[in-house]
Unconditional design. Structure first.
Length: 510
């Protein structure tokens, strides 16, 4: 049975009367990140039209946030353990709001990429801090499971609210407005958080190790960048150099952690089969889903011709399913088993993605809506339980670093998924054959093709758009098929790695 290694807290700490109010502040931070992630996909067609990025720049706009956040999460989680999770959460939320303004007013693709990277720096402080504070506020395992479920459900709700609110804004204002909605959420979070969040930190954290921070960042960014470039353009000397530098940096990071008296990240956590299995399940799940998540809004708007608000509503079933499953996931895992809930959820996602391989330009909504509902249910069950397993596997004082590992798997999976599956979709799309007079810009992105069509004669525009849309759909269905295979493999891995894993029923006693 998974047990926390820390001494039992006193009874009054277990049932702190302000714990649910504190949770409401933490979920605001989750909402902040979730809304930002979803509105980017919805705004992508407008960004493409206004900033005219190349296909590669568009992918960088989509994934540089994940690259940076994946490289910094472990460092920021460990920093929160040292200087205080409340402090780093409030500083990060303030920075997140300020950088959102830079995103909103970016005027070139390069500025947008830089703004997304800076947002990743700020975002790296938020998610580990929220989960670590939940671990330290909720000592009763059943309450903690519910709190983690609410945490995950809020992320899913943010994914639903983001497209709907963003759709309304995009239909009435310019695309930058979708980033400005972060400001009121950030303001409430900071004002209320100062008053109600308890501070917590590692009482014996050890020194802050700058070389470890640098190795972690260089390693993550180098490896993910190499994967992205290789998937898009094949191996070149620059790509190989980035891969070697990233791999060497990660190797150096692991070696350094194993020799330090108080490491930035305790590598012994991975000796736990449950911890490692939960982290691997998260990484593979997001990797397999990324192609669908990143390109779905473009499919709904640029292929099927839906407006931004209608496209946001069309994605709602996934969030509804995730919210519903997240709230009951802990109870289900205790009644059945951890591996049954996680593995079953992942298998459900895989089957839903397999169903989407039959998508066409004119596919009716019932198939898409049903598949998205199943994806949401599966994700809600799997992610909630794996987060609970990860939090329960570590002492309270190390909760920030452990939470950061969980979030790193999530962000690394997103970056790799967008790099691999996104590059596959882009590669298939670029190969379409349009009628004579099709401009080169139309082959960069579907948004570019829609923009170019406005300057062509009607017959040429219609032929070009039909070919471009069909090629985009071909790429999307191929990505869905690959994603289905990844999710089914993740389900099998979870069934093996999480065998015998249990969630605690009561708080541990000394």
């Amino acid at each position: 049975m998974t047990r926390t290694l820390s001494p039992a807290p006193p009874a009054e700490e277990v049932r702190s009367p302000g714990r649910w109010l504190a949770l409401s502040v933490l979920v605001l931070a989750v909402l902040l990140v979730a809304v930002d992630a979803t509105v980017l996909g919805l705004a992508t067609p407008y960004i493409s039209e206004d900033l005219a990025p190349s296909g590669t720049q568009l992918l960088w706009i989509g994934d540089v946030y994940s690259f940076v956040i994946a490289g910094l999460l472990v460092s920021m989680g460990s920093l929160g353990d040292r200087i205080g999770r409340k402090r780093i959460l409030l500083v990060g939320a303030t920075a997140f709001g300020a950088v959102s303004v830079l995103n909103a007013y970016a005027s070139t693709p390069e500025t947008m990429i830089l703004a997304r990277a800076l947002l990743g720096v700020a975002g790296a402080t938020l998610m580990p801090a929220t989960l670590a504070l939940i671990r330290n506020i909720f000592h009763d395992p059943r309450e903690r499971s519910l709190a983690v479920g609410i945490w995950g459900a809020t992320a899913s709700a943010g994914m639903a609210v983001g497209p709907i609110v963003g759709g309304v804004l995009l239909e009435h204002f310019w695309w930058g407005s979708v980033f400005l909605i972060n400001l009121p959420v950030m303001a409430v979070l900071v004002v209320v958080g100062i008053r109600f969040l308890p501070e917590s930190r590692d009482p014996s954290p050890g020194p802050w190790d700058t070389p470890s921070v640098a190795l972690s960042l260089v390693g993550m960014v180098g490896v993910v960048y190499a994967v992205k470039e290789a998937a898009a353009d094949g191996f070149a000397w620059g790509t190989l150099g980035a891969a070697l530098a990233g791999t060497a940096a990660l190797y150096g990071f692991v070696r350094r952690q194993l020799t330090m008296p108080v490491p930035l990240l305790d590598m012994r956590l991975f000796r736990s089969r449950g911890f490692s299995g939960a982290v691997l399940a998260d990484l593979l799940t997001i990797l397999g889903l990324s192609g669908l998540v990143f390109f779905l809004s473009q499919y709904l708007q640029l292929v099927q011709g839906r407006g931004p608000f209608e496209a946001g509503l069309a994605e709602l079933p996934a969030a509804i399913g995730a919210v519903a499953a997240g709230l009951i996931a802990g109870r289900a895992a205790r009644r059945f088993s951890v591996r049954a809930v996680v593995s079953g959820g992942l298998a459900g996602i895989g089957l839903a993605l397999a169903a989407l391989t039959v998508l066409g330009q004119h596919t009716g909504y019932p198939l898409l809506g049903a598949a998205l509902l199943v994806v949401g249910l599966g994700a809600g069950f799997a992610f909630t339980v794996t987060a609970d397993v990860i939090l329960s596997s570590v002492p309270e004082e190390k909760a920030g670093a452990a939470s950061a590992v969980s979030e790193t798997a999530y962000e690394l999976g997103a970056a790799l998924g967008i790099a691999l599956l996104g590059s596959i979709v882009t590669g298939v799309y670029r190969g379409f054959t349009g009628p004579a007079g099709t401009p080169d810009a139309a082959h960069e992105s579907l948004g570019g093709a829609v923009e170019a069509a406005a300057h062509l004669d009607p017959a040429t525009a219609a032929g070009m758009l039909d070919a471009a849309r069909q090629s985009f759909v071909d790429g999307l269905t191929l990505a869905a098929g690959i994603g289905a295979a990844v999710l089914l493999a993740a389900s099998a891995a979870a069934w093996y790695l999480l065998r015998g894993q249990r969630l605690e029923d009561t708080a541990p006693h000394a």
